[in-house]
Each structure stands twice: as structure tokens, then as C-alpha cells.
Write a protein that binds this ligand. Structure first.
Ligand code: C2E
Ligand code: CA
Ligand code: CA
Ligand code: CA
Length: 276
């Protein structure tokens, strides 16, 4: 009996060791990923329903790993968020998004790019000056950049978030609340914070055609957002029926596989050429 116990403790500490080794290894690989240009920003179109135009695109990071191939952000962003690595990756994302805005301009398109900010980036000192410097370096219009923040950081670090978002909006960039409805859902901050859009999380959109509760939630979020002068984007739109419901309920814009998956810049250019 005793022996068994010993073994299980040994086994436990061995797997813990493996796990921390794995994290250290991942950190090193992520550092290399920046150094050796293994990250790539994919773009997913966001369609304005009033104009039926692709007026915006969300930037979504991908990792072209030399051995493992294309790695999804859900496999490394949460890990990166546990260290300062997320700030380095975040800087890379912001710079690259500015570069893409510039490339789009060169091809004759003024399409806004929306950038995801991790909670620890929102509270990062000097984030605003970093963004501001990028805009100047790439010589792009600030109103072609948007930042997506999640509810949690708005509630937990209200004062810091408010300060950053005000500065962002003061120079013409915009701000959206990402994954709306999945987090703390304190509605009070929506009224007080400097915001432009609410993105309804895909979990509410998924069953919108069949689930009366989801219908009610989405209608209520749209009504509330409009009362607060915020635009509404629905995420995860995959079917024409979902699109119809959202159109009929005055949703402003949609994003989802129905229009396009996130794609690389070259494919995105092709897509918008066909769309127009
Ligand atoms: P998110 O910000 O909520 O991004 C939307 C996710 O939904 C993307 O997953 C997108 O590919 C997926 N999606 C879009 N339309 C549909 C649809 O119609 N159906 C379904 N089933 N899914 C759809 P992705 O690209 O794997 O990104 C996952 C998450 O990783 C993002 O969720 C975001 O939280 C994070 N992330 C991605 N890029 C970045 C980045 O540059 N910085 C940071 N901090 N986080 C990022
Ligand atoms: Ca997002
Ligand atoms: Ca989202
Ligand atoms: Ca999400």
C-alpha cells in the first residue's frame, strides 16, 4: 500500500516537472517565433449590413511552426498571457496590423483592422505610446485601427482601461467589447466607458434560429447597445438564417464563416476584389 502511494507521488511530481518543462520549452519557442518571423496575421472580414460592404477585418494571429505546422492562437496565447511574452507578441501584432493597413491602402482599400488586446496589454505601461509610434511610423490614418478588449479587464482594471481607451478614441481609433455576454456582464461599465462597438459572442449566435432564449438575449443586447450609441457586431455567423435574424433585428455588422474564415493577406485581397 505504502509503495503505491510513493509511486503515485513520484508519478505526480514527474508529470508536474514535465508540465513546467513544457512551458519553459514553449516560452523559448515563442521567443524564437518572433525572432524568426513565424507569426502571421490572418484577416477575417466584418461585413457592414447597412452598406453590404467589407469595411473592417479582425486580425487573428497564427503561428507557422517549422515542425508542427500552423498553430491556432488558442494553443499559445493563453500560455503567453502567463508571462511578459504576451506583451512582445502584442507589439508584433500591432506593428503587423499597421503594416497590413498600409498594404491595403496601397491597393486602394480603406479597411479598418481590428486588433485583439489581452488584459495584460491593457494594463501595460506605455502601450498607448507604442501604438501612437506605430501609426506615425507607418503613416496610416488612426481611424483605420480598432482595438478589441474583453469585459473582464474593463471591470477589474476599470481606471486603467478607461484611461487607455480614452486616449485611443481621442486620436480617432475605435474600441469594441469582445465576447460580450460571456464574462462579468456588468452593464454599468458599458455606459461609463469610452466605447464604440459591442461584439456579441458566437455562443449566443450559434442557436439563434432555434433557441428562444438566445433570440431574447441578442435582441436585448442590440437594443441596449443602440440606446448607449454603440454599434453591434455579431460573431460566428455561419448560416443565412442567422444572418436574416440579425438583419431583421437591426444588428449593424456580422463576422463569420458564412462570409469567410480568417485568411492570409493574399487571400483577403482576392476576396475583397471579388466582393467589390
Ligand atoms: P476571438 O477574439 O473571439 O476571435 C474569434 C474567433 O472565432 C477566431 O478564432 C475565429 O476564427 C473564430 N470564428 C470566426 N467566425 C467563426 C464562425 O463562423 N464559426 C466558428 N466556429 N468560429 C468562428 P481564432 O482565430 O482561433 O482565435 C481564437 C482566439 O485567440 C481569439 O478569439 C482571441 O481571443 C485569441 N487571439 C487571436 N489572435 C489574437 C491576437 O493577435 N492577440 C491576442 N491577444 N489574442 C488573439
Ligand atoms: Ca476578438
Ligand atoms: Ca470574440
Ligand atoms: Ca472568444
Amino acid at each position: 500500500k505504502d509503495n503505491n502511494n510513493k509511486n503515485s507521488i513520484q508519478f505526480y511530481s514527474q508529470s508536474l516537472q514535465d508540465a513546467s518543462l513544457h512551458i519553459i520549452e514553449l516560452e523559448k519557442e515563442l521567443r524564437d517565433a518572433i525572432k524568426y518571423h513565424q507569426f502571421e496575421l490572418y484577416l477575417q472580414p466584418i461585413v457592414n449590413l447597412e452598406q453590404n460592404s467589407i469595411y473592417k477585418a479582425e486580425a487573428l494571429i497564427r503561428w507557422n511552426h517549422p515542425e508542427k505546422g500552423l498553430i491556432s492562437p488558442i494553443q499559445f496565447i493563453p500560455e503567453a498571457e502567463k508571462s511578459e511574452l504576451i506583451n512582445a507578441i502584442g507589439h508584433w501584432v500591432i506593428k503587423s496590423a499597421c503594416e497590413l493597413v498600409k498594404q491595403l491602402n496601397k491597393h486602394g482599400y480603406n479597411i479598418k483592422i481590428s486588433i485583439n488586446l489581452s488584459p495584460s496589454q491593457v494594463i501595460e505601461e506605455n502601450l498607448f505610446s507604442f501604438i501612437h509610434n506605430c501609426i506615425k511610423e507607418y503613416n496610416i490614418e488612426p481611424d483605420l485601427l480598432e482595438f478589441e478588449v474583453t469585459e473582464g479587464v474593463l471591470v477589474n482594471d476599470y481606471a486603467i482601461a478607461e484611461k487607455l481607451l480614452s486616449k485611443i478614441r481621442a486620436i480617432g481609433m475605435s474600441v469594441s467589447v469582445d465576447d460580450f455576454g460571456t464574462g462579468y456582464s456588468s452593464l454599468a461599465y458599458l455606459k461609463r466607458l469610452p466605447l464604440d462597438f459591442v461584439k456579441i459572442d458566437q455562443s449566443f449566435v450559434k442557436d439563434i434560429v432555434v433557441d428562444d432564449n438566445d433570440k431574447a438575449i441578442v435582441r436585448a443586447v442590440i437594443a441596449m447597445a443602440h440606446n448607449l450609441n454603440l454599434g453591434v457586431t455579431a460573431e460566428g455567423v455561419e448560416t443565412v438564417e442567422q444572418l436574416k435574424f440579425l438583419k431583421n433585428n437591426a444588428c449593424n455588422s456580422v463576422q463569420g464563416y458564412l462570409y469567410s474564415r480568417p485568411i492570409n493577406f493574399e487571400s483577403f485581397l482576392k476576396l475583397i476584389k471579388e466582393f467589390y
